[in-house]
Design a protein around this ligand. Structure first.
Ligand code: 13P
Length: 344
């Protein structure tokens, strides 16, 4: 039996300890990131920043796919090559964020539902023509005294499953991203309970909507203590609880699991991933990898500061983080490697 092209795509993205660079910040989100480094967000500054990231030499050793935003997929590198083509030429698969953002969920105060199903089939067909091989849709689940509601979990699971089905019908591999937010003072136990319920609902909805799991990837959050919880769980506990939830809820047919960083510091996100791969080496049904946005880009963004003159140091910073996370996929990361890089 030959491998279906969508399964081949999903597997290629996470092959040999590779992960994903999430560079799909919407115009609003990238403006926030740029304002932290005092750079004005314009179409050109966004293009220049992404150009700098994507032309990093050696990136494809650690990165199998890059998620782009609509505007970026339509933009070109300085030499006139469209970004999708530039990445593909470098052996990196281009992907596209297709949701239109998390909006207030009616009658559920403080909760969100992700929108973007309208015209999605048409948009996917255009993205396929432009060279996109996979897609992303992010749902957010908030933990609070009365949250998440079953309404919120059901609405988001349904939307994720409808999105995934539409993508597969168009030939795009859907990355299914249910993010349980770190915001709040909840315990790690509570995070684990909510995460387990959420992933169960998501896989039930995917089944109902006829999604082929072999042609998809899961992008989950890790099971961590709430950001403001006085008791912060250590790395080993995060690794154990995260893997326990995934084993309980994610079918073995899924070709790969790529974590989001969700506001964890870049080094902690690497440590958590490494601990899971070290502890459970050879025991898991799926490769555990990364699809980090902030945890891959933060040092590069700070080094870049909006100036082409800083491109080389920004690219070195990105390559370093990508390399550290690649090692974490193999369970071979060590914190000393960060110091060595600083000294180099
Ligand atoms: P973070 O790793 O910064 O959470 O971003 C990943 C992402 O793609 C969120 O949708």
């Amino acid at each position: 039996m030959s491998t279906h092209p969508m399964e081949a795509t999903a597997r290629a993205i996470v092959a040999s300890g590779k992960g994903i660079l999430a560079a799909d910040e919407s115009t609003g989100t990238i403006a926030k990131r740029f304002s932290a480094i005092q750079v004005e967000s314009t179409e050109e500054s966004r293009r220049a920043y992404r150009d700098m990231l994507f032309t990093t030499k050696g990136l494809s050793q650690h990165i199998g796919g890059v998620i782009l935003y609509d505007e970026t997929l339509r933009q070109k590198s300085a030499d006139g090559t469209p970004f999708g083509e530039l990445l593909a030429k470098r052996g990196i698969l281009p992907g596209i964020k297709v949701d239109t953002g998390a909006k207030d969920l009616a009658l559920c105060t403080g909760e969100k539902v992700t929108e973007g199903l309208d015209n999605l089939a048409k948009r996917c067909a255009e993205y396929v023509k432009m060279g996109a091989k996979f897609a992303k849709w992010r749902a957010v689940i908030t933990i609070g005294p009365d949250a998440p509601s079953s309404t919120c979990i059901a609405a988001n699971a349904h939307a994720l499953a409808r999105y995934a089905a539409i993508c597969q019908a168009a030939g795009l591999v859907p990355i299914v991203e249910p993010e349980v937010l770190m915001d709040g003072d909840h315990t790690i136990e509570r995070c684990e309970q909510v995460t387990e319920g959420t992933y169960n609902a998501v896989y039930e909805a995917l089944y109902l909507n006829r999604v082929t799991l072999e042609h998809s990837l899961l992008k989950p959050s890790m099971v961590v203590s709430g950001k403001n919880c006085p008791k912060q769980a250590g790395v080993e506990e995060v690794a154990e609880r995260t893997v326990r939830v995934l084993r309980r809820t994610v079918p073995a047919a899924v070709p790969g699991i790529v974590f989001l960083s969700g506001g964890q510091s870049d080094e902690l996100a690497t440590e958590h991933l490494n601990a899971m791969n070290r502890k459970y080496a050879g025991e898991l049904a799926w490769p555990l990898s990364f699809s980090y946005g902030r945890a891959l880009q933060q040092p590069a963004l700070k080094a870049w500061k909006g100036s082409a003159a800083n491109a080389a140091s920004a690219q070195a910073a990105l390559l370093h983080r990508a390399h550290m996370n690649h090692l974490a996929c193999l369970g071979q990361y060590k914190a000393e490697l960060e110091k060595k890089a600083l000294a180099a």
